[in-house]
Design a binder for this molecule. Structure first.
Ligand SMILES: [Zn+2]
Length: 502
């Protein structure tokens, strides 16, 4: 009887419409053969971006090259969406589901470093550089999207594959603007891609919400000795706000973070400042709590202005929701992570990694040889502006293993290996996991349906609201002067050959 029931279930299963029609192993193998065949151009894309090393909002050479590469590969590419000239949106296909790869390609200030050198040796002294490895993101995104396109064509899979390269991730700027402009309205799911030292995915709240406002006090200047009673000291107001925030700390959730720098504290002591400014960052484990703290800061600023007879204004320059990962998508990604495995590191690469770790005073553990099991990642305290995308559309999160474990990012050591064979091999793994996961999302409606239900529950429990003021405009001049200063010297290192996917 039990056997009969099982047989009956099996038949019912066979008769059902092909909802369980997963991307077959054959389709994934085909996508991976496209990735393998493009390992060299993919590495070249990453290396070219490394030498462009452009800061946020100034990714002009980087996006120009990405546009050329993707157009030659058959994609339709738009530059300048949502009012940002270096915002890139590339698409192949018109059908649904539409699956987008979301990532960024910006560098960091003063990160210039000669590849493979263990001691500090900038390519151009003082210039920006890729000391987080965002240069690899462009290569992985392009190769994975191309492999998906080729597989869709060969196996007649309906849908669209999209790449969204948002500017200025390092300053948490662009994604709220891209979301506001409606670019993700007709997207069914995204996978957010980032370099790491392991092959991993995550779900739930993956990092922190952040709001970045500047508070500016306007007062009245006077001589500090001759007629100080005529002044309204803007710096005093600034300091009183700082004290007020210090007293606030006891009343906040244990998960909060507040940090600040004084960006204008006056000119010299005998000139009472009529202008003072502090740049604050408020963070928390979720956006409603971060916004509540921010609103308290506004009141403290007003109080400080009242006490000193000055006036206060604030400007939110950036705000990002925490990343929200869908478990259904993470499970699909994890299967591909397990299937692809880690890169086959050579003994030479392992030795290099241990030597590098030693010279950077880190534990000499070498490169990871096993993928990260599911669910092992706690919520991180960092923030990323792509979080807003994950509240607009169901998101999967993935990291690919292309950096040496223990080497801290946002520090020049991390600029030593983003063009190495370690990075290149990790990129191949990343592009394989990514392409297979996108194919899963395109061909497994049950995964998409579970992700959609999960997404609706999460966003009903915590509805999204934009933190950017409605009249906020992207700061297009951000980093412009620095980039214009260094670009002529940096140009000498640009790679001459343009990569081409095939
Ligand atoms: Zn990053």
């Amino acid at each position: 009887m039990r056997i009969l029931a099982r047989l009956a279930l099996l038949f019912v299963g066979l008769l059902l419409p092909p909802t369980g029609w997963a991307a077959t192993d054959e389709q994934k193998q085909f996508a991976w053969s496209v990735v393998d065949r493009n390992a060299a151009p993919m590495a070249k894309i990453g290396d070219s971006l490394f030498y462009f090393a452009e800061l946020g909002m100034q990714e002009f050479e980087s996006t120009k090259m990405m546009k050329e590469v993707l157009e030659a590969a058959g994609f339709t590419v738009e530059l300048g969406a949502a009012g940002m000239p270096t915002n890139l949106w590339a698409r192949w296909g018109n059908g649904r589901p539409a699956i987008a790869i979301v990532t960024e390609i910006d560098a960091l200030p003063e990160g210039s470093q000669t590849p493979m050198e263990f001691s500090r040796k900038p390519l151009v002294a003082g210039a920006p550089g890729h000391m987080e490895g965002h240069n690899t993101h462009g290569g992985v995104a392009a190769a994975a999207a191309f492999a998906v396109k080729e597989t869709m064509t060969r196996y007649n899979i309906p849908g669209s594959v999209i790449i969204s390269l948002g500017p200025a991730e390092e300053q948490l700027i662009s994604r709220p603007y891209i979301v506001r402009a409606g670019y993700f309205k007709n997207v069914d799911a995204i996978i957010y891609l980032h370099i790491g030292d392991d092959s991993a995915t995550a779900y739930g709240l993956a990092n922190y919400a952040s709001i970045s406002p500047s508070f500016t006090f306007h007062g009245k200047t006077a001589h500090g000795a001759v007629d100080p009673w005529d002044a309204k000291d803007a710096l005093d107001a600034n300091q009183l706000m700082d004290v007020g925030v210090a007293y606030l700390r006891q009343q906040l959730h244990p998960t909060y973070r507040i940090h600040r720098v004084i960006t204008n504290g006056g000119i010299q002591p005998n000139v009472i400042p009529d202008l003072a400014q502090t740049w604050w960052w408020v963070r928390d484990a979720n956006m409603p709590d971060a916004r509540e703290t921010f609103e308290k800061l506004i009141n403290i600023g007003k109080g400080a202005a009242l006490m000193t007879g000055t006036s206060v204004e604030y400007q939110v320059t950036a705000a990002g929701w925490p990343q929200l990962g869908m478990k259904a998508i993470a499970e699909a990604i994890q299967v591909n992570i397990d299937k692809v495995g880690m890169p086959q590191w050579s003994e030479e690469e392992q030795r290099f990694a241990r030597d590098f770790q030693k010279s950077a005073e880190r534990p000499q553990v070498g490169l990871r040889s096993a993928v990260t099991p599911p669910g092992g990642r706690p919520q991180s305290y960092s923030s990323n502006d792509n979080g807003d995308v994950s509240w607009a559309v169901p998101a999967g999160l993935m990291k690919f293993p292309a950096i040496v474990p223990g080497i801290a990012i946002h520090e020049w050591h991390a600029a030593v290996t983003p063009t190495s064979s370690i990075a290149h091999k990790g990129m191949v793994v990343g592009a394989k996991v990514l392409s297979a996961s996108i194919l899963d999302l395109m061909t497994r409606p049950e995964v998409m349906q579970r992700a959609r239900i999960e997404f609706e529950q999460a966003t009903k429990a915590m509805p999204y609201f934009p933190v950017l003021p409605p009249d906020a405009k992207p700061p297009l001049d951000l980093n412009r002067a620095v980039m214009e200063h260094y670009r002529p010297e940096m140009r000498k290192f640009y790679l001459s050959e343009r990569p081409r996917l095939f």
